[in-house]
Ligand binder design. Structure first.
Ligand SMILES: Cc1cc2nc3c(=O)[nH]c(=O)nc-3n(C[C@H](O)[C@H](O)[C@H](O)COP(=O)(O)OP(=O)(O)OC[C@H]3O[C@@H](n4cnc5c(N)ncnc54)[C@H](O)[C@@H]3O)c2cc1C
Length: 484
């Protein structure tokens, strides 16, 4: 009998738990440890942040589903890792702290461990950037998105009374990622203001650490669009110009005061931008976990490099020497073969966009994007390798592989809501990490599989994904037929 412990019930942890439970017989234990009592479909936070969906529509409680499916659940957070056990306990374990009741701690042993704890939303890395203060908000969780909508709704009412307002949306740190989510939110806010007939009262500005529009933390891309080939920069510029959205790029936001964003530019200038409402994505970081060996010696560096260390090539190299082969394929920790980290939890070997510094030496460029599709795919392949290993009587089997260098990503920025009113800007990239050897003439991407589209179809797709992925997450009949 094997016990598989999964840390985190986001896209990655939940996908892993579902596949493990479906494919392993009941003699094996599957246990999820996660602090939030709910599953949330994060991409639909955008619609919560414009008041077009209630948070109840994008979440459901985990405990009843897990009970029904035979998956153990502890509403707790992992605190420390002990992959060799300790002097008293001859089994690997993690210490978890319950988040309800008396907040007691306990040791949870495992045979296999999946760390799917995603990112820490590191608001503290930017002075004053605390969601709900200084007129700055976030849509990274459903409660943040709710607060954002409350503030935006209030501002819309004031605009209806004649107030002129400034809205600032983008990245809130020089090294933030998730430009795609901010891009989707700015388009939705713009559309919502038009729906409320107050668009003429608002000046809307995009602020980002990208050196050019449409970089998205992926070094930009060359897209097929209609019958043409177009740069993502040109496409985003066209969309922003069409909607009268201004932009500030190459900007490392470093301090927020009440309605004022302070930032440094790649040119080395220090500037400010005022606003009445902002949504700024924070930096993402690892959670700051620590790890100990059998005798209690700190071995954190064997498990973590910010995020968790996996089978990537972490040797420091200049940008010109980066290669898709640096990216991990099995998400297995090299020191402990029974520990895996799919989704956002693994440490990327390097950024994807060319790192840039301001004239003052401040690094200002996006961190690698960590989107939902790869999070689901890597979770499933980790689950499949563990299943094979268990069926192989414990002999490690790593046949299932997938690197961000041979995986695609779809950024569907729906703008608006409803069956006929919305529109969508869909950008599909293949592969996520550019492969300059395979596709030397098209900036590392396969044209045809890397394309952009504008229109209602993208919006419908986004809505369809919302319903399909919630159906899948609820493990309704034949859920496994829906791909990750
Ligand atoms: C607003 C927004 C919109 C987005 N839109 C899209 C989109 O349209 N398409 C797309 O592909 N991607 C999108 N993304 C990205 C996508 O949401 C992420 O890639 C995905 O959620 C990552 O999954 P994950 O499981 O690795 O991490 P998460 O989903 O962050 O899950 C991490 C889990 O770990 C838990 N956890 C945290 N700390 C601990 C601890 N100490 N112990 C145990 N558990 C812990 C958390 O509670 C959570 O359950 C969006 C992201 C945002 C913020």
């Amino acid at each position: 009998m094997s016990k598989i412990v999964i840390l985190g019930a986001g896209i990655s942890g939940h996908v892993a738990a579902a596949h493990l439970r479906r494919k392993l017989s009941k003699e094996h234990e599957v246990l999820v440890v996660s602090p939030n009592s709910n599953y949330q479909w994060i991409p639909s936070n955008i619609w919560v942040g414009i008041g077009r969906m209630k948070s109840e529509q994008i979440l459901f409680p985990l405990a009843p589903l897990y009970k029904k499916k035979g998956i153990g659940f502890k509403q707790a957070k992992v605190v420390t890792f002990h992959p060799e056990g300790d002097q008293e306990l001859d089994k690997p374990y993690v210490v978890v702290e319950h988040v309800t009741g008396r907040k007691n701690r306990e040791k949870v042993t495992y045979d296999y461990l999946i760390n799917a704890t995603g990112p820490k939303l590191n608001f503290e890395a930017t002075e004053g950037l605390k969601p709900g203060t200084n007129k700055a908000y976030s849509v990274c969780t459903y409660s943040h998105a709710n607060h954002a909508w409350e503030a935006l709704e209030k501002l819309i009412q004031e605009m209806k009374q004649g107030k002129k307002a400034k809205i600032l949306i983008g990245t809130g740190h020089a090294k933030s990622t998730c430009q795609g989510a901010a891009f989707e939110y700015i388009l939705n806010v713009e559309q919502e203001l038009r729906r409320h007939n107050v668009r003429d009262k608002a000046e809307i500005t995009w602020i980002a650490n990208e050196h050019e529009l449409g970089d998205f933390g992926m070094d930009g891309m060359l897209l097929s669009y209609g019958g043409m080939t177009m740069k993502s920069k040109e496409m985003v510029e066209m969309v922003f110009e069409d909607r009268d959205i201004k932009w500030i790029i190459g900007a490392g936001v470093n301090k927020i005061e009440d309605g004022i964003a302070h930032y440094e530019t790649l040119d080395g200038d220090y500037k400010t931008e005022t606003y009445d409402f902002s949504m700024l994505i924070p930096a993402f970081s690892g959670h700051g976990f620590t790890a100990y060996d059998k005798v209690g010696k700190d071995i954190t560096q064997k498990l973590f490099k910010g995020f968790m260390i996996v089978d990537a090539d972490y040797s420091p190299k200049p940008y010109e020497e980066w290669s898709v082969q640096d990216w991990p394929e099995t998400y297995q920790n090299p020191s402990y073969s029974n520990i895996f980290a799919p989704g956002i939890a693994f440490a990327p070997p390097h950024a994807i966009s060319k790192p840039r510094k301001s004239k003052n030496g401040t690094p200002i460029s996006p961190s690698p994007p960590r989107t939902g599709m790869p999070s689901g795919i890597t979770a499933k392949l980790v689950a499949d390798n563990i299943i094979d290993t268990i069926k192989n009587e414990g002999k490690t089997s790593l046949h299932h592989k997938g690197s961000m260098g041979n995986m695609g990503a779809a950024c569907i920025a729906s703008a608006g809501y409803g069956m006929t009113k919305g529109s969508g800007i869909s950008i599909t990239t293949f592969p996520i990490v550019p492969d300059y050897n395979k596709y030397p003439n098209t900036q590392g991407r396969k044209l045809g599989k890397t394309f952009g589209e504008i229109g209602l179809a993208g919006h419908w797709l986004k809505l369809a994904l919302h319903y399909a992925f919630l159906y899948k997450a609820k493990m309704k009949p034949f859920w496994w037929l829906i791909p990750e």
